[in-house]
Structure formats: structure tokens, C-alpha cells
Design a protein around this ligand. Structure first.
Ligand code: ZN
Length: 156
């Protein structure tokens, strides 16, 4: 296949084994700062996807809470295919620590009593939220924590 500009467009989505956490890219700035982009895959591509209201709520809760665990987050955003998120961090290249930050953040989701900023002033689709759905996604992801480091299916 022709090589495309977007890293994940060159990833064979039939070969991955979700859930997983994968380093998807790295850029170094002129002053030496390093930006790392992680692919946090929650559901198996083309098999399962996160419902929009649940994904939207877990995005709000994670985006707010992950910043309590590190000040190196640049961005956390959902994938349009609704199977995962991209986490971008600056000057943070410790994969195991990323897993630990993700675990803490998902535990925050389980503890949440409300979805932060789910109102028409602070969100672009405030009617489209599900706290219960978000907790279910977090729970399923945490149950498979031991598998997060394995990105690809076992070779048969
Ligand atoms: Zn929103």
C-alpha cells in the first residue's frame, strides 16, 4: 500500500489486538523538546466501537483528570472511528509511566459522580453524554490492563 502522511493510516488495523497502548509518533522541536503521541485503543477496530455518548463522557472525564497525574499532557482526543483516543505528551518518554497514568485516570472515571463541563457553555454537544457508559468503558479497559502492552495479535 502507498505510504500516507498519517502514521495510523499506515497501521494494519487487522493485525492489532485491542485494548492496547502504542507509541504512534514522536517529534523533536528545534529546542530539543520532544512530543510523543500514544494510540490508546479501547476496542477492536472494525469489530467493536464505543457508543458516542459514552465515548464523549469518558473523553471529558479523562481529559480533565489525566492532568492531575502529570503536567506533561498536551492533548487527549477521541478517534473518529470511536475505537480509541490519542494522547499527546511533551518530554515524557516513559511508556510504563503512561500505562500507570492511564490506569489512575480510568480509576478516576469509575469514581466520578458527574461528567465535567457537560453543559452548553463548556461543551459542543452537551445533550450527548452518558456517565454510566463512560464507567463501563473504563471498567472494561481496566479489566484488561495486563494486555495493554501487547499491540499486535499473536502470530499463529
Ligand atoms: Zn463535549
Amino acid at each position: 500500500m502507498e505510504k500516507l502522511n498519517v502514521e495510523s493510516f499506515n497501521l494494519d488495523h487487522t493485525k492489532v489486538a485491542a485494548p492496547y497502548v502504542r507509541l504512534a509518533g514522536k517529534k523533536t522541536g528545534a529546542l530539543g523538546d520532544e512530543i510523543y503521541k500514544y494510540d490508546l485503543r479501547f476496542t477492536q477496530p472494525n469489530t467493536e466501537f464505543m457508543k458516542m455518548d459514552a465515548l464523549h463522557s469518558i473523553e471529558h472525564i479523562m481529559a480533565e483528570n489525566i492532568r492531575n497525574h502529570t503536567d506533561q499532557v498536551v492533548d487527549l482526543s477521541p478517534m473518529g472511528c470511536q475505537t480509541g483516543f490519542y494522547l499527546t505528551v511533551i518530554n515524557h518518554n516513559n511508556y510504563d509511566e503512561i500505562l500507570s497514568i492511564l490506569e489512575k485516570t480510568l480509576k478516576d472515571v469509575l469514581m466520578a459522580n458527574e461528567v465535567p463541563a457537560c453543559n452548553v457553555v463548556q461543551c459542543g454537544w452537551a445533550a450527548n453524554h452518558s456517565l454510566d457508559g463512560a464507567k463501563e468503558l473504563a471498567e472494561n479497559m481496566l479489566l484488561k490492563k495486563d494486555e495493554w502492552h501487547q499491540v499486535y495479535k499473536e502470530e499463529k
